[in-house]
Ligand binder design. Structure first.
Ligand SMILES: [Zn+2]
Ligand SMILES: [Zn+2]
Length: 410
């Protein structure tokens, strides 16, 4: 029986070529959220080959693989997302997307390759595992509610995980680093639509109309004062207006202006404050200009909040893989639906540095030229494997110590 202390970095390096092949295969055939048909079939087949108990159709196209260790113990959930984006690929590589208009522009192809490598490493060590690993391959992370769909289909039950981990390959961070933080790690995100209604008329007779464009211009400007005047300076928030629709031509005052934007923050309380102020600004400024305002909001995701113990486990694991000086403690103003799983299960979401300017991997996520340093997958796999081992692998030294003790007492 193989009971030596595992060297996960060596194991991930051994699987590197296979991970690259897997990642590039997914990259060639990207599928957008809830349409991951080929993708989830590939994942399910690979997990079955490794001997895992596989369930498909969880949250539409989601796949769950259960790996039962030989011994009793806690349940660890590992989550990997599977969806691509509706972006035409701009890279000239032999693994370029074969699905026109669709691209793995966020690195989820690499996440699945890492997930399958982790399943392989852990399946080989079943005899050492005290507990169960739940490999969760999630559809539709990109704003479509994949995590929600899987939770609704019971992914957090039977068995219920004790701890959950997920990671993202991250090109804003250099290859060779890992980013992890306790507490809030990624922001809550929501979108809003403000409809400002006035009264249409001739551009040459503004006094006979009620101009919603003028009111909207004041509102957009005033929204930024919420960030600077109403929010505790220690909090980080964003209000961004990304879309304004109004009018049909130059000399007609339109009836309505539609303003669309996004709000990000690290706490639900702050989120509520932001919306109370957005509504007050919109209504009161509209009134001042004789217009009316209506606000509609849609919550996209909850904040990702890391459990201190789980984050510590990742911190230690990352230090053992990349060295303490290469572990960065920082949070991101991006959003992730893993936040919904972490609202129910303590866990940790962390980032694997995957950028490398010298090699041309310096495009942001969701860019048509996005690509990443594939060696980052070795760091991701070994860090996550080490974090899992902290929960599920018994300390072998103490076991052998016991043997020595019982031997000397004979
Ligand atoms: Zn993305
Ligand atoms: Zn992503």
């Amino acid at each position: 029986m193989n009971q030596e202390k595992p060297d996960f970095k060596k194991e991930a390096e051994r699987l590197f070529d296979r991970m690259v092949d897997t990642r590039r295969d997914f990259h060639k055939y990207p599928e957008i959220g809830f349409e991951e048909i080929r993708t989830s079939k590939t994942v399910a087949n690979r997990l079955r080959e490794l001997g895992l108990e596989v369930q498909t159709g969880i949250g539409q196209t989601g796949v769950v693989g259960l790996l039962h260790g030989d011994h009793e113990g806690p349940v660890v959930l590992l989550r990997f997302d599977m969806d691509a984006l509706p972006i035409p690929e701009g890279n000239v590589v032999d693994y370029i997307s074969r699905n026109p208009g669709v691209m793995h522009a966020c690195g989820h192809d690499g996440h699945m390759a890492m997930g399958l490598a982790l399943a392989e490493i852990m399946a080989e060590r079943q005899h050492q595992i005290h507990g169960t690993i739940k490999f969760v391959f999630q559809p539709a992370e990109e704003g479509l509610g994949g995590a929600f769909a899987m939770i609704a289909d019971g992914v957090l039950e039977n068995p219920r995980p004790d701890v959950a981990f997920a990671m993202h390959l991250w090109t804003p961070l250099d290859y060779g680093t890992v980013q992890v933080t306790q507490g809030p790690s990624m922001s809550a995100s929501s979108i809003f639509t403000l409809t400002i209604t006035g009264k249409g008329g001739h551009g040459a007779a503004p006094h006979q109309a009620v101009d919603p464009i003028l009111a909207a211009a004041h509102i957009v400007t005033a929204l930024q004062s919420i960030v600077s005047r109403n929010v505790d300076p220690q909090e980080s928030v964003v209000i961004s207006v990304g879309q304004m629709d109004a009018g049909t031509t130059y000399n007609v005052i339109p009836e309505k202006v539609i303003i669309k934007g996004t709000v990000r923050s690290y706490s639900n309380d702050v989120h509520r404050l932001l919306y109370r102020r957005i509504l007050e600004m919109a209504q009161n400024l509209s009134t001042a200009f004789h217009c009316t305002a209506a606000l509609e909001t849609v919550a996209i995701v909850a904040a990702v909040v890391n459990d201190p113990d789980a984050a510590d486990a990742v911190q230690l694991a990352a230090e053992s893989v990349v060295g303490r000086e290469n572990v960065i403690n920082k949070r991101e103003m991006a959003s992730e639906d893993m936040g919904y799983m972490l609202e129910e299960i303590p866990g940790c979401y962390f980032f694997i540095g995957a950028g490398n300017e010298r090699r041309g991997y310096n495009y942001p996520h969701h860019h048509p030229n996005f690509d990443f340093d594939e060696r980052a997958m070795i760091i991701g796999v070994s860090t996550m494997a080490q974090a899992v081992a902290n929960y599920l692998f018994k300390n072998e030294t103490s076991e052998s110590d016991l043997e020595v003790l019982s031997f000397s007492s004979d």
